[in-house]
Each structure stands twice: as structure tokens, then as C-alpha cells.
Design a protein around this ligand. Structure first.
Ligand SMILES: N[C@@H](Cc1ccc(O)cc1)C(=O)O
Length: 620
């Protein structure tokens, strides 16, 4: 199959597709195994109709809630229907636009047109469609999750129709099912049904419990489809999380994954709260590009990169799991649980910042259909997600999930037209979820610490102390040639890189996510100077490890100057060389004006003396 050939018709773009609502294949009601050969679906199966662009509509009808994956797996009907639906589309032939292979393949490899969305002549050099490092990062992934959600809900309806017991309840579950999200700022890991079981129990059409292959655990590639991949991805027949070996029988390192995710969750929560409550501009919220915005917060994309990295990294030199590489990340089903939460963050943030939406920006390295370094904005087509037969969704059209068929539990019962009331209600929810139990909450408990002003109870504004300490990370994104992370320590750095993530001395991490073979690609040559920026919160680490009785600058500056160490680490666990890396400490004064729903950040003060002259990661 030729990549993105300009005149490709749907028939040759792999997937002649059916418009939404096309007649569907009869469902068997049983879950096919995902470990066997990929069968051709029956004639007339969905996604096989010629000469139509597949329309991304979202689930038609009234919007229903996406729910958190821990709640989702406890719902027998939702879970049983989704497991069967996912197993079904995993089995579709590779050319079917509704197959998991085709949908997962939109993001990066196999670098082919999806449903006839051909590459333009002046395309960027990244050969997938996904937008990263640009203002479109949040909104491009919105129709992406919607696409998988609509495909799975259609299958769920067909499957429910075959149930012989409790029929009405199964049909109702299928009508209301939406894609679950994994709230990584609360739950360090997804439930075992996603992360550690390769078989799960479902209730079948006869009401009988049975064990089937677990499509949330890994995706089995169609035979031969990995031949065009690079490195170990052409050896591994399934997706892997923290893979343990180079051979075709490699397994995911589940205990290591759980440990690494557990070690990071407080950091993730702290970053999430700051991003939601203190970032006011779309530019800063949306992506990792360098900026002069004074708010010391990591972007949504930066936070999202961390989850990719932790799921995809390994401790085996030379390897990277699928999630650690943009080119193959979306084949791991956990990608969509992760991105449903990224999407929920757009809803929460936009509710807290009414009227702020996609700002124009630079396309950076571009995509298969977006030229590099061009202006992109709310009208830029979010290809390949067709809205009509001839046009793609744009960011301007995806600002309201209610019109896209779904919502999130935090919006239940709100008058969505009343932006002021929505903002107040979501602020209270965000405080409840990520604020009070957040790590900042620990600060006032330092013995002898100055009293934090008590916010008026009605604002539900959590006490986060007087000072917010962070380390700004600036580094050339393509300098290492693969995804990598910066790990900050307060005190001794373990000599074994395998212990870097797990050390009790870790203050926090910042992760950079790229696609594979960056060292070879023209893209990276042209973007080699591209600097990425993010922040690592330090308050929690200082309060746990320093022994200081307050976070006042005098003591903290001296402490950080003596104790702040850092390392750069590649996705394969080995040390990385990052000559461009700059680590700079900032302190933001926090205040609690009457009526504020979250701490308000003042002007950050930089303390370059804490790190100056020590810009090499191995320098301490
Ligand atoms: N429109 C936002 C959520 C939102 C809803 C109502 C509002 O008043 C504000 C924001 C979204 O769907 O992402």
C-alpha cells in the first residue's frame, strides 16, 4: 500500500468505508479471541462500502457521560459490551476503516491515508496525522477519541441486540455507553482489568459468565503489519508496556509499570491542579512550546507526555514500549483511556476559563497533512476526521462535547448555558478532586510553618501555602533521538538508573515524547533547535525531604543550591546526554483574595543561582 498517494480513492486507501449508520454485520454476541488470525469480517460488514468518506459523528442521540475506568469495569454491562466490541474490531481486516488497526494507525504508523484523507503536497515531515507540540494538540485528539467511541458504541448496540436475557437493560447499556477515561491525577494506575489481566470475565448473551481475551491489555497486530515498523516494533506481535525483552515473546513488565505509575501520581496531581487553576491562556495550556508566559505550570500536553513515557519506557537498553513513541502509541488500547482523560481536562479547563479557546500558533514539525512552521488556528482542518463528505472537523467546531454525543460526570445537573455557574461548580469539583488532597496540602503541616490564610469556606479554596516552588525545564526536544525524561532529586542520586524513578529522593520528572528514528529523519534535522518547556513542582519534595520549617525563600534557596540534582534518562532506561538542558528554579508567591476559588499566583521570582554553572545533567 503506498503511503498517502495523492489520488488515492477510498477503495485503495485501504478502507472503503460506510457512512455512519450503515447496515452492520450480524453480531455473534460472543467475544472472538484476539490471539488468533485476523478474520475477514462478513460481506456487508461495516466499513466496507465504497466511495464514501467515513464521517466522524460521535455517538448519535442525546449525550451521555464518559465515566472513569474504575467505575466502568464495575459495570457488568458496560464492561461486557465493550470487551466484546473491542475484540470484534480487533479482528476486522486491516483495510477496514473501523478496524482497531486502522484507527490506531491514524496517529502514526503505518503512514497511510485513512478514509481517503490524503497528504497534501506541502505536508510536514512527521508522517502520522497527530498534532503534537502545537496549539492543536488538545482539539485534534477530540474527534480521534470520538471516532473510536462511535465505532464501539455501534458494535455494542449490535451485540446487545443478540442478548437473550434481560434484553431491555442490555440495550439501554449499549445506548448509553461511552468511552471510559483514566483519571491519572487520582488513580495512579488503571484497574487490573486494564493493566494486569490478559483474560477477563464477561457476561455473554445467555447471561453466562465466561472468560475471554482482554482487549484492554494489549492489541495483537494483524499478521505482517509490523513488517514496515522500525526496530523492535517489527518483532513484537502485540503492544507492550515497559517491554522486558527484544524477542517476539516479550512480555510487559506489569510490576515495574505499577511501581513507576505509583511513584508519579502525586507529581501528576500537583501538575494537574496548577494547570487547571493557574494557566489562563490557550497557548500555555495546550502544548509544550517554549513561551515567556510567567505562569510556572506544565501544559496539558506536557502532563500527557509523562503518562505516555511512564507506560512506554523500559529498563532494557535499546527498547521502548509502544506508548513511549508517538509513531505507534495509539495501538496500545490504554492510549484511548489516557486521551479520554486528556479530553476531559479540556472540558474542565475550558469551563474554568470561559471564552478562551484555540489560539493561532505555529505548526512546528507539522503532520502528514499540515505543513511545518505554518500558522494554524481554529479553522485548520483536523484531518483525517471527516465532518462532511468533503470537509474535516475544525477546532472551532469541537468546543462543546454536548453536541459531540458525550459529557463528563462533573457537568451533571449544570445549566451549561450559564458560564458563570458552570465555572463556580467546576472550580469546586476541581478543588475537591485535585486541590485539597493535593500535595500542597502537606505544606502548612510543616511544624512551625507560618499559618496559611484560611480561605472563606464558600470559596472551597484549598490552602496551598505562601510559596510555590518549581523548576523550569528547557531542553532541545530532538536532542536525544528518542523520548526521554528529566528526573530531579533532592539529595543523593542512586547510582543505578533503574532506581531513578523509584528513589524516595525524587522531587519530580518532566518527560519529552517524540517519534522513533528522530535522529535519522529530515524532520528532526529541520527542527533540531526546537526547545520544549515544562515545569517540575518542588513543594512536595522540599516539605518531605528538607527538614525545613517553612518554604520561605531564604532557607529554600540555600537548601536547593546544596541539594538539587538531576539526571536525563532515555526511554530505554539508559542515561541521556542533553547538553542544551537548562534547569532554573522559580518561586511564585501565592495569595488567597476573597472570593478566589483557587490560590492566585503572583509574579514568579527566578533563582538561577540555585543551578547556575551546573547545567549538565551529570554535573552533580
Ligand atoms: N464546552 C466545554 C465544557 C463547558 C461546558 C459549559 C460551559 O459553560 C463551559 C465549558 C467542553 O465541552 O469542552
Amino acid at each position: 500500500m503506498s503511503p498517502y498517494s495523492g489520488s488515492q480513492s477510498n477503495a485503495t486507501a485501504g478502507a472503503p468505508s460506510a457512512p455512519a449508520g450503515a447496515p452492520s454485520a450480524p453480531a455473534s454476541g460472543t467475544a472472538p479471541s484476539n490471539s488468533g488470525a485476523h478474520s475477514l469480517e462478513p460481506a456487508g460488514a461495516p466499513g466496507k462500502q465504497e466511495d464514501a468518506h467515513y464521517l466522524v459523528t460521535g455517538v448519535p442521540g442525546n449525550p451521555c457521560n464518559r465515566i472513569e475506568i474504575h467505575d466502568f469495569v464495575k459495570n457488568e454491562k458496560f464492561f461486557s459490551l465493550y470487551v466484546q466490541a473491542l475484540n470484534m474490531i480487533n479482528q476486522y481486516s486491516r483495510d477496514n476503516v473501523e478496524s482497531f488497526f486502522q484507527i490506531g494507525g491514524i496517529h502514526g504508523r503505518p503512514h497511510e491515508a485513512w478514509s481517503g484523507a490524503t497528504a497534501s503536497d506541502n505536508a510536514g515531515k512527521y508522517l502520522g496525522y497527530c498534532t503534537h507540540g502545537s496549539t492543536l494538540f488538545p482539539t485534534w485528539h477530540r474527534p480521534y477519541v470520538m471516532l473510536l467511541e462511535q465505532v464501539l458504541q455501534k458494535r455494542a448496540v449490535e451485540i446487545a441486540n443478540t442478548y437473550k436475557v434481560n434484553t431491555a437493560a442490555w440495550k439501554e447499556a449499549a445506548r448509553t455507553i461511552r468511552f471510559p477515561y483514566w483519571d491519572w491525577a487520582i488513580h495512579a494506575t488503571p484497574p487490573s482489568e486494564v493493566i494486569s489481566s490478559n483474560r477477563v470475565t464477561i457476561t455473554d448473551m445467555n447471561g453466562t459468565k465466561r472468560q475471554v481475551d482482554n482487549p484492554f491489555y494489549s492489541f495483537v497486530f494483524p499478521p505482517n503489519e509490523i513488517n514496515d515498523f522500525e526496530g523492535n516494533y517489527r518483532v513484537w506481535p502485540t503492544t507492550l508496556r515497559r517491554p522486558m525483552s527484544t524477542d517476539a515473546g516479550a512480555q510487559s513488565n506489569v510490576p515495574e509499570l505499577i511501581n513507576v505509575l505509583n511513584a508519579a501520581v502525586e507529581d501528576v496531581q500537583e501538575n494537574t491542579y496548577t494547570m487547571l487553576t493557574r494557566v489562563t491562556s490557550w497557548e500555555k495550556f495546550s502544548n509544550t512550546q517554549l513561551d515567556d508566559n510567567p505562569v510556572t505550570s506544565t501544559s496539558l500536553e506536557g502532563i500527557h507526555n509523562g503518562t505516555h513515557y511512564r507506560v512506554g519506557a523500559t529498563s532494557v537498553p535499546g527498547l521502548s514500549g509502544h506508548m513511549g513513541n508517538n509513531d505507534v502509541a495509539a495501538f496500545d488500547p490504554i492510549f484511548f483511556l489516557h486521551h479520554a482523560n486528556v479530553d476531559r481536562m479540556i472540558s474542565l479547563w475550558s469551563a474554568l476559563h470561559p471564552g478562551v479557546w484555540v489560539a493561532p500558533g505555529d505548526s512546528a514539525d507539522g503532520t502528514a497533512t499540515i505543513a511545518e512552521n505554518t500558522l494554524i488556528d481554529t479553522k485548520t482542518p483536523l484531518s483525517p476526521f471527516w465532518k462532511t463528505k468533503t470537509s474535516f472537523w475544525t477546532s472551532a467546531e469541537v468546543g462543546n462535547t454536548q453536541s459531540l454525543g458525550y459529557s463528563y460526570p462533573e457537568f451533571d445537573g449544570l445549566d451549561l448555558k450559564n458560564a458563570v455557574a458552570v465555572k463556580a461548580a467546576i472550580a469546586a469539583k476541581v478543588n475537591m478532586l485535585y486541590g485539597a488532597s493535593g500535595t500542597y496540602g502537606a505544606i502548612p503541616q510543616i511544624p512551625g510553618a507560618p499559618q496559611v490564610p484560611t480561605p472563606a469556606p464558600s470559596t472551597k479554596c484549598p490552602a496551598h501555602g505562601k510559596w510555590d516552588w518549581t523548576a523550569r525545564i528547557r531542553v532541545k526536544k530532538f536532542e536525544v533521538g528518542c523520548s526521554f525524561q528529566i528526573v530531579l532529586f533532592l539529595g543523593t542520586v542512586p547510582s543505578d538508573p533503574k532506581q531513578w524513578n523509584l528513589s524516595p529522593r525524587v522531587a519530580g520528572t518532566y518527560c519529552i515524547l517524540v517519534n522513533e528514528s528522530v535522529s535519522n529523519c529530515a524532520n528532526c534535522a529541520s527542527q533540531s533547535e526546537f526547545v520544549e518547556q515544562g515545569y517540575i513542582p518542588l513543594n512536595r519534595g522540599i516539605s518531605k525531604l528538607s527538614g525545613l520549617s517553612s518554604l520561605d525563600p531564604a532557607g529554600v534557596v540555600a537548601y536547593l543550591t546544596a541539594n538539587l540534582y538531576w539526571k536525563a534518562q532515555k526511554v530505554d532506561g539508559t542515561p541521556a546526554d542533553t547538553p542544551s538542558l537548562e534547569v532554573t528554579v522559580f518561586c511564585t508567591p501565592l495569595s488567597y483574595p476573597a472570593g478566589a476559588t483557587a490560590p492566585v499566583g503572583g509574579t514568579p521570582v527566578g533563582y538561577p543561582s540555585c543551578t547556575s554553572g551546573r547545567l549538565q545533567p551529570a554535573g552533580r
